[in-house]
Ligand binder design. Structure first.
Ligand SMILES: CC(C)(COP(=O)(O)OP(=O)(O)OC[C@H]1O[C@@H](n2cnc3c(N)ncnc32)[C@H](O)[C@@H]1OP(=O)(O)O)[C@@H](O)C(=O)NCCC(=O)NCCS
Length: 199
């Protein structure tokens, strides 16, 4: 059994969105996400379109579709790709951890540029973290984002993440933020919103 699982729901729905595995119809949207300089501004810059197209011609969406905890953010009505969201594990050999052995849950998100500013990433993040919290034991969840990435910081703060420090990676300052997974659980009558802490 995987000792470091992530969320396993096949899909997750919210008011405007469906989080689902990638399929072949997503290729154009995935190419746009990887080649748009505005989306990639704090993620190492845009990838060359030719190389990205070649990658998808050769591999399709298989890698993304098979990755545990990786979802396409799709419009619930039209199923069109609006972005991607991933809840996976932060490898122990990377910098930026809150537990000594690493491997914490880590949330990351991308939206198509024309969909910024409508609360869609917040809606997707809330829904995915809730699904994970309802399934997994309580544990820390990380968001790692370039310190210069103000939109991402605002989103993380809105979701409930608090900044714990900074570190250098990819020749840029990164900010580490953390939240307790169970603060995202579906409210249940009679259950406290935040689980009681051990004495
Ligand atoms: C990071 C990113 C996903 C944030 O997208 P976003 O649309 O700004 O985030 P949210 O979903 O939280 O939307 C918040 C905005 O929508 C507005 N909004 C409109 N309707 C809303 C609603 N119903 N609910 C919440 N917010 C709403 C808010 O006022 C806010 O606007 P503001 O930031 O201009 O003040 C996006 O900028 C992105 O894809 N960036 C590139 C990829 C990246 O750097 N990812 C980070 C790596 S982890």
């Amino acid at each position: 059994m995987d000792s470091h699982p992530t969320v396993s729901a096949p899909d997750v729905t919210s008011q405007r969105l469906r989080l689902r595995p990638a399929h072949d119809g997503d290729v154009a949207g995935l190419i746009e996400l990887q080649t748009d300089p505005r989306v990639r501004a704090h993620l190492g810059g845009p990838r060359p379109r030719g190389a990205v197209e070649q990658y998808f011609r050769a591999n399709g969406v298989g890698a993304l579709a098979a990755k545990p905890g990786a979802y396409v953010i799709a419009d619930r009505q039209t199923d069109v790709l609006l972005g991607t969201i991933v809840l996976d594990r932060r490898a122990a050999d990377l910098p930026g951890h809150v537990v000594e052995q690493g491997g914490e849950l880590e949330l990351s998100y991308l939206l198509r540029h024309d969909r910024w500013g409508a609360g869609l990433a917040f809606e997707a993040g809330t829904a995915l973290l809730r699904a994970a919290a309802d399934e997994l034991p309580d544990q820390p969840v990380l968001v790692v984002t370039q310190t210069a990435n103000e939109r991402s910081h605002r989103l993380a703060a809105r979701l409930g993440f608090r900044t714990t420090g900074t570190f250098e990676q990819y020749a840029a300052e990164q900010t580490l933020a953390v939240a307790d997974l169970h603060t995202f659980r579906t409210p249940v009558a009679g259950r406290p919103a935040t689980p009681p802490q051990p004495a």
